[in-house]
Design a protein around this ligand. Structure first.
Ligand code: SF4
Length: 466
């Protein structure tokens, strides 16, 4: 391809992608981007101008993120986009300043990982951020070539970023629950790469632990983890420091619960992508709880303002049907845009809801509190109970018209539970359920459009009958 043809091709792609619209919106009103204080939790500040400049450059540097229709006119959204795309450089900068980076597993509560200035990094979410920035699945393909061709995209991306040392990590201490029994082989393969300890999370008798054996086992594991953190940082972990972290992160959990409730309102003031970027991609606070609290609070407040004015989210159609996702939330963000275009809106993903469905107690021994919290991850409960948790989420929501259970390619756990959970949800609530299979971003969009279109049509017909 000649240089001229290549340039035309680039310009053509730019003019026809949501990138242009995102760029025009922030250029049209640069005041929608505002300062973030205390980024990296070290009394630093990134100015609105710094974020604005970063985003303008990102339109070219990280085109993948702008393949999706992100709504920068929702206050806080541009800053969230900045936090997602800058994660890698912020982690590296923090490490250079001597901050210790400690790896966690997605279902682990973030609190003990951020205590006393340590920075938590979830390689699964960090891998997603990289995939978003690149806009192509090479990271997953390289991970599969070295790990297993049958690894789910999250495992493969997480493996790649650690194996290739894209992100620095001082220590990896994931507590792997029965939620995902595929993580073990990924971590086994990583043992030779990253210094770590792989905390056990008891599988059986969690909910029928009359002798307290599982609980005591996990408590000892947590104590071991905190001791390793002390060795790593050279600082004693004071129970008060843990309590302070609980208080800060409870504020974050509350904001996420408020954001997740917004699409259930009429009209939904935020669209599906705005909701999922906030509650899924930011569910481990993107390396900085302080900054995440400011950004997520802006998104929530902007949602409330729109609601008061009766304004819909950018892609939301009139009178959309409300859909909850369970299983594993789609990693292909284009599907959230697609649901909106087809007349639905996603009102939550109960896989991440595990992390913030309730506050952490702040009274009592912090280790006991954390132990109970680790055991109170509904996705790790046995299938009937886990299904009833989803049923109760639906019953307590303002409105859920349908449920999608998504299975990621390679995820044995979700595939085994999908039929079970959807049958129980149908029996208990009567709402229609759809099981989807997803793998790499942008794959099978045609087939997905047909299936999602038919499902949303069905939900709309039921809506008319009511
Ligand atoms: S999609 Fe399944 S296999 Fe992959 S990380 Fe999640 S639970 Fe584990």
């Amino acid at each position: 391809m000649s240089v001229v043809t290549k340039s035309f091709d680039t310009i053509h792609k730019f003019l026809n992608s949501p990138r242009l619209e995102f760029g025009l919106r922030i250029l049209h009103d640069p005041s929608i981007v505002t300062d973030i204080r205390r980024l990296d939790g070290r009394f630093l500040k990134i100015s609105a101008w710094g974020i604005f400049k970063f985003l303008v450059e990102a339109l070219w540097k990280y085109p993948g993120m702008f393949d999706y229709e992100i709504d920068p006119s929702l206050r806080g959204m541009s800053e969230l986009t900045y936090m997602i795309l800058s994660l890698e450089e912020r982690v590296k900068a923090a490490r250079k300043r001597g901050v210790k980076i400690v790896g966690k597993w997605p279902a682990n509560p973030t609190d003990p990982y951020f205590v006393d200035g340590v920075m938590a990094l979830d390689p699964f979410l960090a891998g997603y951020c990289r995939l978003l920035a690149e806009g192509k699945p090479d990271l997953v393909k390289r991970g599969r070539a070295r790990l297993s061709e049958e690894a789910c995209p999250a495992q493969a991306a997480a493996y790649s970023i650690l194996d290739e040392e894209t992100y620095p990590m001082d220590f990896f201490y994931p507590f792997i629950g029965p939620w995902c029994y595929d993580s073990q082989y990924c971590f086994e393969a990583l043992r030779h790469k990253v210094d770590g300890d792989y905390g056990d999370h008891p599988v059986f008798n969690q909910r029928d632990d009359r002798l307290g054996i599982s609980r005591e086992y996990l408590r000892q594991e947590l104590l071991r983890f905190l001791k390793r953190l002390e060795e790593l940082t050279g600082k004693k972990i004071d129970p008060e420091a843990l309590r302070r972290e609980f208080i800060l992160e409870n504020k974050l959990r509350r904001v996420l619960r408020e954001i997740i409730a917004l699409p259930q309102e009429e009209p939904p003031p935020i669209d599906s992508l705005a909701m999922i970027l906030s509650v899924f991609i930011c569910s481990d606070w993107l390396g900085d709880p302080e900054a995440a609290l400011q950004v997520l609070s802006r998104i929530r407040d902007a949602g409330y303002e729109r609601l008061a004015k009766g304004r819909r989210g950018m892609l939301v159609q009139k009178y959309p049907v409300r859909i909850l996702i369970t299983g594993i939330a789609w990693g292909d963000l284009g599907l959230y845009n697609m649901v909106d275009e087809l007349g639905g809106v996603i009102v939550g993903s109960d896989c991440v809801y595990n992390l913030f469905h309730k506050d952490i107690d702040t009274d009592g021994d912090p280790i006991d509190i954390l132990t109970d919290r680790f055991l109170a991850t509904p996705y790790t409960w046995q299938v009937e109970e886990r299904s009833m948790w989803t049923v109760n989420t639906i019953r307590s929501a303002k409105r859920v018209d349908g449920l999608i259970f998504n299975c990621n390619f390679g995820c044995n756990y979700q595939a085994a539970e999908a039929r079970f959970v959807t049958d129980i949800v149908k029996r208990e609530t009567g709402i229609p359920c759809l099981i989807t299979d997803a793998d790499l971003p942008k794959e099978n969009r045609g087939q997905m459009r047909t299936r999602l279109g038919a499902f949303i049509e069905l939900l709309k017909e039921r809506q008319l009958e009511d």
